[in-house]
Write a protein that binds this ligand. Sequence first.
Ligand code: PEP
Ligand code: MG
Length: 888
Amino acid sequence: MSAAASTKRVYDFAEGSRDMRMLLGGKGANVAEMTRLGLPVPGGFTITTRACIDYLSAGHATPRGLDAEINRHLEALEVRVGKRLGDSADPLLVSVRSGAPESMPGMMDTVLNLGLNDASVAGLAARTHNPRFAYDSYRRFIQMFGDVVAGVERGHFEDALSALKSARGVDQDVQLESDDLRGLVDTFKEIFRRHKGEDFPQDPRVQLDAAIRAVFESWDNRRARDYRRVNRIPDDLGTAVNIQQMVFGNTGPRSATGVAFTRNNTTGEAGEPFGEFLINAQGEDVVAGIRTPEPLVELHAHLPEAYDQLVRTMALLEKTYRNMQDVEFTIEEGQLYMLQTRNGMRSAEAMLRIAVDMVDEGLLAPGEAMVSLVAADQVRQLLLPRLDLSAMPVPAATGVQASPGAATGVVVFSADVAERRARAGESVILVRDETTPDDFHGMVAAKGILTSRGGKTSHAAIVAVGMGTPAVTGVTDLIVDEAACTLAIRDAFTVREGEWLTIDGAKGTVYVGRLSLLPPDPHNPYLERVLSWADAFRAMKVRTNADTPEDARRAREFGAEGIGLCRTEHMFGGDERLPHVQDMIMAESRDDLVAALDALRTFQIEDFIGIFEAMEGLPVTIRLLDPPLHEFLPDYTDLRIRVARAEATGVADDEAAVQLPKMERLKEVNPMLGTRGCRLGIEIPDLYRMQVAAILTAACDVKHRTGVEPIVEIMIPLVGFEEELRWLREHILDVADSVFAEQGTNVEYHVGTMIELPRAALVADEIARQADFFSFGTNDLTQTTLGFSRDDAETKFLGDYLSKGILRSNPFEHIDRAGVGKLVRMASASAREVKPKIKLGICGEHGGDPDSIHFFGAIGLDYVSCSPYRVQTARIAAAQAALQNRTG
Ligand code: PEP
Ligand code: MG
């Protein structure tokens, strides 16, 4: 690449292609691709993402040479279209839009109609013979420029528009006359002057520079940063800026604007073109949901030629991208223009159906579809609750089926309140007239979203579908009073903030009150197909974390190939068992201890029989007791209060009096780093011996009765030293000998350990000498490596770390590759050096996280284990990991 090429910061649409999205952003690359394909795209050019990064890192200074480069491209555009920016006779108008490498719908800023001023508006009016259109365009420009570029609150302009409409006695913008709009332009300019302290700029080149800078700056606005954090998009990509000749969907009845999907984005169905449009409107009217649009098929009746051309164009785009496309188009006086195309956001149902259909149509091979069309995490949306219709609830209102799934929660009217109440553990339904990108943080927090305006392509719908949040939009019977924090449905219902509401996004229905929800139906034929491909591609096995026969059975329905973690402490709760557990912990003599353990043994044998039967010969990893024992004991402070009260009142409390001194002995300042894990087994060997005896007795019993031999893996938690494992292993072998002698049979069993401490990872080669398998406990390994308490970090400082960019993602959710991940990698490699056949798995929460699964696939773990509801996600992610690792 020549020096000149490497510093080139502006590309004409004709110079780019879809492979250049890192440099030109998604929008720029795709507009370039459409230009290359010869589609009707208004002319323009793209300022690169590099220019944005250079601008931001130079302290918000325009990089040297950029202005001149923009001028050259602008002049070329003016020559090509035969119009000049700011020309008072026939002005060129442009849009200025952001476009990042990763799609961030509506997260950054856009300015339309740039180039209008007091002189050129007259030219536009004369040239189009449509003064109404010209002044409407100008007032929109002042409003957008004011809001996006100059920071004048949008509300000031909206209030002035509403005041004008009520003065004229009309309720639609389109009912305003051209003189009204001319007056509104003056009002808007005055608002601008009042709030900005300067006149609205008349020089189009000044307007353009300011707009470009505003787009660069928008990369760092709060909603963009929030969106990147939630979607794990790096902060250093920057946004490109697209400058494009304006075409107008609002010049009259032969003009229109719309958005469309090449396939239905809710169901995935192909065939009927799917989308929405508005006659005589500008693009933001559709996306912002200000007017409720018509279904795309109706466009045929209005503008048949443009419609047919649009349908042909959409088919070509889908073939080119080999993915469902979401397009924006404008029709100006019957002529179709394509403004943008991108891979469309879709529900989980649609995602799976599109993948399967496209493979069946021969557009992609299954492996390609797995990688490019399936988002493993989204599969969990299929497991969203549905409304229980058996009680035949009557909807209070109906709107657009914007995003599937049902949700029930308390009503809130602002994003901030949604976030606050959700943090406090409440389920909330966010209700707005329409959402804007500023609401994003509240939308993330909400269980469901309800709006009175907007269709399936409104901001609310698109964002909700992408996040898998149920949503109903365009409920015209809904009157939202955000200031009073109430909503009304016709005259029939009023609901105040904090009261319950239920929505069903699959049906578009709204119910007053709290309705019961049903668990979802996991049997989707498209999912079955995608999972069958996944199973053929993946190298890692997928197990589940389950402690009950029900969980084990459910996980097997989802395709689990074994249990990777059965936490036995979950078997020690409940009124029947807890007293024996407490007796065991507080036993003063060996006899007391043996009696308590004998009682527990009976329960444990039953537990393990249930689990082995449910797993029918698949491997089952059972972890011996792990948690700090105080978790089973009465609260220390409560006991002290009880004893003090007994002393003060003279009313004896024998139980408290006996327990308090024992608690004082057991109490630890830092129980998470205290007597837990294998330390319990070393301190009370009879406890682990009882558990091992129960496990192996249950296994022999199941083998004997059912003829199916369980594969038993006994796992020791929180090991840090080889000697700990060697010591406990001897006990296990000893117990096994006596159980098998007693039962007159034996079963296959293995002894292994969790790797949950940095020391264990560092001396994995030593520990491996005693272990048949390792299972990485990445919850504790994250806690102990980072020194972040897994119980507190997420509700305390971690949020702050994320919003300040200290950390890019929550390390308890996505594995910290550089730190914890490095330990896992090192430990795996050194264990395999000593014992090439050692089985390696992971059973921390990261085992169900696609991003972490990719990492575990890359380092060659044998299996991941996750909660039952994440098993399907893990199967797909494991396949994607294998496919991507294969192609490097
Ligand atoms: C872990 O620490 O990752 C683990 C699976 O064990 P637990 O969550 O039970 O501590
Ligand atoms: Mg642990």
